[in-house]
Design a protein around this ligand. Structure first.
Ligand SMILES: [Zn+2]
Length: 162
């Protein structure tokens, strides 16, 4: 049984806001593994969430820096939707979740962590997991855990380019 356990959320909640730029726009710069970038399509990018709610928590975003889904050009939205569909299939194949939560938070009051650049969340779920988030765990386990997940998923996302 996999347990949904996300103490590293506290690192996120406690993290200082920086002006280092948009994580989605910067995802295509530098080392993909450092950025947790799994790949990109013509108009979309797929990356792991650095502060996941579960193993394999992905984010699928348009390359275009926009906060507005209605303003996304139709062809870019079609690319985004298709990338989301294929990412879900890939996740199924590698991690075999029993379910998934898909969601998009538009606006700060709706819970968007990055409010200026829209993105889908894909959170794999297993029966027996839980929404309980312990707060007294060691956040230092996180980078290793994340990169292990990244290394497991990356080859399966070879249908994306960079
Ligand atoms: Zn952006």
């Amino acid at each position: 049984m996999q347990v949904l356990w996300a103490p590293w959320r506290m690192a996120y909640i406690g993290a200082e806001k920086t002006d280092a730029g948009c994580i989605f726009c910067r995802a295509l710069e530098g080392d993909p593994r450092d950025r947790l970038l799994l790949g990109a399509s013509a108009a979309s990018i797929v990356m792991l969430n650095r502060y996941p709610y579960a193993s394999g928590h992905l984010m699928v975003a348009p390359r275009r820096h926009t906060a507005s889904l209605p303003d996304l050009p139709a062809d870019e939205h079609a690319d985004l939707a298709e990338t989301l569909r294929r990412a879900l299939r890939t996740l199924d194949r590698v991690l075999h979740p029993e379910g998934c939560n898909l969601g998009m938070n538009l606006g700060t009051c709706a819970g968007a962590g990055v409010r200026d650049h829209l993105h889908w969340h894909i959170v794999p779920r297993w029966s027996g997991d839980t929404n309980f988030m312990p707060v007294m765990a060691d956040v230092r386990v996180m980078p290793e855990h994340l990169l292990a997940t990244y290394d497991r998923l990356r080859p399966a996302f070879d249908w994306l380019t960079r």
